[in-house]
Design a binder for this molecule. Structure first.
Ligand SMILES: [Zn+2]
Length: 291
């Protein structure tokens, strides 16, 4: 009888102990890289939707209700949609300030913090630019923060989290070396982007953003603003226009056709063809710096 019980016991699958909800796919990827099968990971936003405005669904509330840990990008990026979901989920484990609430923006330096705020500046990011994901040098730091958080919440698997982090960090270091080489010829060039979404990436590799297609964050471009950009591209010989995949691409395409610049369509998160975090950056590097 004892033997049968033991056999039964060992044949029961070991279920993931921790339920983690990630606000964005890239965070989910980082958690999976560190936790492997030790956590069950759910992701709310997708690569095809505007990261600033995620449309709430009842399933998200269910996810949050079951979560032991919520990891957000922070920096105000989720300000319009995470707080209402948390209010409805009523899960004290993952509210702001609880042990199960991790805001990754607290561990990186945000750029472009506005000196003053007013409505006239459009829908500004009051805490600075929250799209820090696009500095690939931030990624190992984010992975490390997640590793420490998982280790604290689930100390039984601490050594595995540390080992998985080491593998991830080593792989990422190799990728950083490759990307430096590919991006090197594009240092000291200039770019236009729709929203200041790729600012960290451009800044990292020495490419200056000289204009944005939206005149102010969240404001659609006027014809005058569009013509000004075309003239600026012609005068300053700006080579590239970076376009995300959730704003309308027609203005960028029009600007490119009239000015001779190259439009580059870039994803803003892991998904589709860029199904891993390093592929997302591989594509960004290949597309941005073509020589
Ligand atoms: Zn933004």
């Amino acid at each position: 009888m004892k033997k049968i019980l033991l056999v039964l016991l060992y044949s029961i699958p070991i279920f993931a102990s921790m339920h983690v909800t990630a606000a964005y796919p890239y965070i989910g990827e980082l958690v999976k890289a560190i936790a492997h099968d030790k956590a069950q990971v759910n992701v709310i936003a997708s690569a095809s939707s505007d990261p600033h405005f995620v449309v709430p669904r009842p399933s998200y509330i269910g996810m949050l209700r079951e979560s032991d840990l919520l990891i957000i990008n922070g920096g105000g990026l989720e300000i319009g949609w995470i707080p209402p979901l948390l209010n409805q989920a009523h899960n004290p484990k993952i509210i702001q300030g609880a042990a199960g609430y991790l805001d990754l923006s607290s561990y990186v330096k945000l750029i472009d913090k506005p000196a003053s705020l007013s409505r006239a500046q459009g829908d500004v990011h009051a805490e600075g630019n929250p799209h820090y994901l696009f500095d690939p040098y931030n990624i190992p730091q984010l992975a490390k923060v997640i590793m420490f958080k998982l280790s604290t919440m689930d100390p039984a698997h601490k050594s595995e989290y540390h080992a998985n982090y080491d593998v991830f960090a080593k792989h990422w270091e190799n990728k950083l070396g490759q990307w430096e080489k590919t991006m090197a010829p594009c240092r000291n060039t200039q770019a236009v982007q729709y929203h200041e979404l790729f600012s960290y990436f451009l800044k990292r590799y020495g490419i200056r953003t000289v204009a944005t297609i939206e005149p102010l964050p969240g404001i659609s471009p006027s014809s005058k603003h569009t013509l000004d950009i075309i003239n600026q591209i012609r005068t300053d010989k700006i080579g590239i226009v970076l376009q995300d995949d959730y704003h309308e691409p027609k203005t960028a395409q029009f600007i490119a056709a009239k000015s001779g610049a190259r439009t580059i369509m870039l994803s803003h998160d892991v998904g589709g063809q860029n199904d891993t975090l390093d592929k997302l950056f591989d594509t960004m590097v290949e597309q941005t710096c073509q020589r």
